[in-house]
Ligand binder design. Structure first.
Ligand code: F6R
Length: 622
């Protein structure tokens, strides 16, 4: 939520727009984090120059005229998802601070005590021009700079007064070659260049420029100049060896590569994405984690699993529940992270908490992780973004390795999350002796076939694309499924709501007769996810009955069924085929037509598929 970028390079010998260009390029990469407004600041001789505009980044680009070319060695930029104050020019970042407008600051997060700080600063003669919480931080850093004359120390002192969650970046006319930054409960990474250095909310901000990065820990302060990076702790002690790593994502993976949208591209990457999640994971009988370890004796004593996640990640968790309970016989709950924390959940040292998050930054999930750890539970994080907060605060982390997901609507990360859950489930089953080694080997063999099956579904996408174009004026679509088809129905509905703005609901098919069937009238489109007839007979038969029930009431039935399942034919207005696989693995296939349907329908409606209204990719406020 909100994208932040910072740049420090050599002072250009002639007026050059390099710092602004780097900032704009970074913002373009981060626009998925928020797109209500955008702005940049540079040091132009004796003054800070700020340009900012409401709306998408293009409005800022249009506003940056020739005179913005500057010999400034630094630039900071921001793309906003509004919290305090509406999305207007005045509330856009950067915000000026100080009595002479000598500082500019950008912010991601929420400063909870801004009202009292604002009152205090107004009393001291600082003038406020916006409705944002951010302006208090800008004046605060400027005030501390007046007193100390050292920008890094000023930032350190300022954050000591702040409550809430934030990443802050600031530039000041008296420290023209420095960008100073701080973070608490909000992401910040440093990119290390040759004679120039970068800051970003995530590595996408500078992946075109460098692959070398530094992780910045909670409550650390960082100052970057062209020559170097200095990191200090909140108490002022120097961090001599900040954690350095090499970014695996290449710049091309953050380009559309000929697709109409990032979402379309990411859907079509799912075969290789899942292959990468699975690659080399269960070697020699051990689950290869990316970070940390959980003692096997502890895994043997686990008496409950709680999956915490939000949105699409929670739907992945709901798929996992069926597999983990079936394979491991461990009671498994899936809880929306924001509900978990406030419910006083029963957890203990014997609870294994699985935190699922693409971004690794979702505040609700992070808070759930902290709550679980306080109760003594061990936490395994299944995340996609390396260096993000949730895996770093968990006891162990398994990265999804699906590459950067840029579209706001999650697709390939969802498949990666499910695949990672399967790996965890199989590992637990093995450690606890619930399955024989040959059973696990057979399951793994079938799982490894899935990327090939995904490709088959993708290759046949034309049928669903055509259906989506025909249905572009639909006003309501229902999704039904049982067993693992139920979370798939939920996820199918979520995709359609968020990018096509169509009323959509996912139901457990058995629940229909308890109320929702009243919604069905002549012509109501209903997707039904049908389980394999080769699985439990009764499950398949029940879903076929559900199709008949809605059809009898006039529904248009759009049936997703596996190859060779002819039992559905008499009751389906449209049959969408997926390859045969095990019932528990089918969610990796059956969701794909639903992703394609939403993406194509939103495109046909002329909507911005990658940046749907009111949303942001990474939700870093509670
Ligand atoms: C939907 C979507 C969201 C996220 C949710 C959690 O397409 O993307 O529902 O799944 O905000 O995000 P992460 O996985 O980053 O924690």
């Amino acid at each position: 939520m909100c994208g932040i970028v910072g740049y420090a390079g050599p002072a250009p010998s002639s007026p050059s727009s390099r710092p602004v260009d780097v900032a704009l390029q970074g913002l373009a990469r981060l626009e998925y984090r928020g797109y209500d407004s955008a702005g940049v600041a540079v040091i132009d001789g004796e003054q800070v120059q700020v340009t900012k505009r409401a709306g998408k980044l293009q409005n800022l680009r249009d506003a940056l005229g020739e005179d913005t070319a500057t010999s400034s060695p630094v630039a900071i930029g921001h793309t906003r998802w509004a919290t305090h104050g509406g999305p207007i020019d005045g509330n856009a970042h950067p915000h000026l601070g100080g009595r002479r407008d000598e500082l500019a600051l950008v912010h991601n997060g929420i400063i909870e005590n801004f009202a009292s700080l604002r009152a205090e600063l107004e009393e001291q003669g600082y003038t406020f021009r916006s409705e944002t919480d951010t302006e208090a931080a800008a004046h605060l850093v400027a005030r501390e700079m007046e007193q100390t004359g050292d920008l890094t120390e000023a930032m350190r002192r300022a954050v000591g007064h702040l409550e809430g969650a934030f990443t802050l970046l600031a530039v000041h006319i008296d420290a023209p070659g420095t960008v100073v930054a701080a973070r608490r409960n909000s992401p910040l990474v440093v990119g290390l260049g040759q004679g120039e250095n970068f800051l970003g909310s995530d590595v996408a901000a500078f992946v075109d420029e460098t692959k070398e990065a530094l992780e910045i820990d909670q409550d650390q302060i960082v100052a970057v100049t062209a020559e170097g990076v200095r990191v200090i702790e909140a108490d002022g002690t120097e961090v001599t060896e900040p954690k350095r790593y090499t970014i695996e994502w290449d710049a091309a993976s953050a380009q559309k590569g000929g697709y109409a949208s990032f979402m379309a591209k990411e859907i079509h990457e799912q075969s290789s994405a899942v292959a990468d999640t699975l690659l080399g994971r269960l070697e020699g009988g051990r689950l290869v984690l990316d970070e940390g370890e959980i003692d096997e004796s502890l895994l043997r004593s686990v008496d409950k699993i709680v999956v915490v996640a939000c949105g699409t990640a929670a739907n992945a968790g709901n798929v996992a529940k069926y597999a983990i309970e079936h394979w491991c016989r461990i009671p498994t709950e899936v809880e929306l992270a924001h509900e978990f924390r406030y419910r006083d959940p029963v957890i203990s040292e014997k609870t294994l908490v699985v935190a699922i998050s693409q971004s690794g930054e979702t505040m609700d999930t992070l808070m759930a992780v902290r709550h679980a750890k306080e109760q003594g539970a061990k936490v395994v994080a299944l995340c996609n973004t390396r260096g993000s907060t949730i895996p770093r605060e968990s006891d162990a982390a398994l990265y999804l390795h699906v590459g950067p997901e840029i579209a706001v609507a999650s697709t390939k990360a969802y498949l990666g999350q499910i695949a990672a859950c399967y790996l965890l489930g199989l590992y637990l089953a093995q450690v606890r002796g619930n399955l024989f080694p040959d059973e696990i080997a057979a399951l793994l063999e079938d799982l490894e076939q899935i990327p090939q099956h995904i490709q088959t579904v993708l290759d046949g996408s034309e049928q669903v694309e055509q259906l989506a174009r025909e249905m572009k004026d639909a006003t309501s679509v229902l999704f039904l499924g049982r067993h693992v088809g139920y979370p798939t129905a939920m996820e199918g509905a979520l995709k359609l709501k968020e990018i096509a703005y169509i009323h959509a609901e996912g139901f457990a098919a058995g629940e229909l007769k308890h109320g929702p069937i009243a919604l069905v009238e002549e012509g109501q489109p209903v997707f039904v996810i049908v389980p394999s007839p080769r699985g439990r007979d009764s499950l398949h038969a029940k879903v076929v009955s559900n199709i008949q029930e809605v059809r009898a009431r006039g529904a248009k039935t759009l049936v997703i069924a596996e190859d060779g399942d002819d039992a559905v034919l008499p009751y389906a207005d449209e049959v969408i085929r997926v390859p045969q696989t095990r019932t528990l693995f089918a969610p990796l296939l059956t969701i794909i037509p639903l992703q394609i349907f939403s993406c194509e329908l939103a495109t046909a409606k002329g909507l911005d598929v990658d940046q749907p209204r009111n949303l942001a990719k990474s939700v870093t406020v509670e």
